[in-house]
Design a protein around this ligand. Structure first.
Ligand SMILES: *Cc1c(COP(=O)(O)O)cnc(C)c1O
Length: 388
């Protein structure tokens, strides 16, 4: 048999060594504290699970779902966007539920990218943007996210011929892995940049708009005038409602882009299990109280970890949103070496920045999604660890 060459384009999995080391240490009985996973540790709120269980007993939910999702779910998504952002969406043309947002983020490349086409992609960034570009046969052009630019891309720095050739630009705020946020002005700049370049399509990944601190409320890209003419926004119930395991998200915005993605998806998948769609409706329309409760927990964890990082000499900005802390490591280490050192000397697992792109070198990412007592133990170990 002969595997397709496109598989060779997939980047090597950089964490093989580190994951092997973690497995070895754990097999030896070592207690490893992991700040590595971006997956909420707290359970899906009970009222959402309750709704899913009831829906699972209903035979109407046992058959194939529609790729376009239940009309009631599209309606609930549109209403949520209006309540949260003041954005008005047509639930039939401007909303499409997804099997988790990663699914849509991956598939939309097939709608825009032909062989050798360019997509503009943030570096560091969520790996799916560049991998889906490569699978579609395209070329990622990486926009560096520099600390001195508050981890925002500098559109003016993109060479004109490349910008004119690009088909798609990816943005993600609040940002994984840097924890950076963007305001409406930045999104306006992005729309103007896209308009000036053959109406290049914008894909904004908004997975973290509901994980925020101290009264800061991240905006939606859809709030900017012109956004709907030129782009879409991906969102997810994963981080907001602690539903990563249930796989449900959505894309909203430009009707033509959404229809294109629907055409690809309707040939590849048969929708989201309906009991999970019912749970999503409950999540979006039911009590939202847990969001502020969870954010208060994450904020306490954030403050604890930030204080300790400062004490041991790892410089990090205090994120206003997301559950990530992006810390600069001392000169003289690669992010992989430093990650191994933390693992071997302190029994602490983090993610090396290089895993998110070349510009991620020099940083490590801490995720705050571990139980309070584990975080407490991790913080103690960091303090005892003779840093550098
Ligand atoms: C977690 C995350 C998502 C959400 O993924 P789902 O497939 O909806 O679970 C999307 N983008 C980024 C940057 C993320 O970190």
């Amino acid at each position: 048999m002969e595997l397709a060459k496109r598989l060779n384009k997939l980047p090597p999995y950089l964490f093989v060594d580190i994951n092997q080391r973690i497995a070895e240490l754990r097999a030896r009985g070592e207690d490893i504290i992991s700040f590595a996973l971006g997956d909420p540790d707290l359970p899906t709120p009970a009222h959402i699970i309750e709704c899913m269980c009831q829906a699972a007993h209903n035979q109407a939910n046992h058959r194939y779902p529609e790729t376009s999702g239940l009309p009631a779910l599209r309606q609930a998504i549109a209403e949520w966007y209006e309540r949260r952002f003041g954005v008005i969406l047509n639930p039939d043309k401007e909303v499409l539920p997804l099997i988790g947002s990663k699914e849509g983020i991956g598939h939309i490349a097939l709608c825009f990218i032909e062989p050798n086409d360019i997509a503009l992609i943030p570096d560091p960034g969520y790996p799916v943007y560049s991998v889906s570009t490569l699978i579609a046969g395209g070329e990622p052009y990486f926009m560096p996210l520099k600390e001195e630019n508050d981890f925002l891309p500098d559109f003016e720095a993109i060479p004109e011929p490349l910008a004119s050739k690009a088909k798609l630009v990816w943005l993600n705020y609040p940002n994984n892995p840097t924890g950076a946020t963007a305001d409406i002005d930045f999104f306006e700049k992005a729309v103007h940049f896209a308009q000036r370049h053959n109406n290049l399509a914008i894909c904004h990944d908004a997975a973290y708009t509901e994980v925020f601190f101290e009264g800061y409320k991240p905006p939606s890209f859809m709030q900017v005038s012109g956004a709907k003419e030129i782009g879409v926004e991906f969102h997810s119930l994963s981080k907001t409602y602690h539903m990563t395991g249930w796989r449900i998200g959505m894309v909203v915005g430009n009707a033509e882009m959404i229809d294109a993605l629907f055409r690809v998806k309707s040939n590849l998948d048969s929708g989201i299990p309906q009991a999970i769609q019912r749970a999503a409706i409950e999540a979006l329309c039911g009590s939202q109280n847990h969001i502020s409760e969870h954010n208060a927990i994450l904020q306490r964890r954030r403050d604890k970890l930030i204080k300790v990082l400062a004490k041991i000499g790892l410089k990090a900005r205090i994120p206003k949103a997301t559950f990530y802390i992006w810390a600069a490591i001392p000169q003289g280490y690669t992010s992989i070496d430093f990650t191994k050192k933390l693992l071997d000397e302190a029994g602490i697992a983090v993610t090396p920045g290089i895993g998110y792109g070349k510009e991620g070198e020099g940083y490590i990412r801490f995720s705050l999604t571990l139980a309070d007592d584990r975080l407490e133990e991790g913080v103690k170990r960091l303090l005892n660890w003779k840093a550098v």
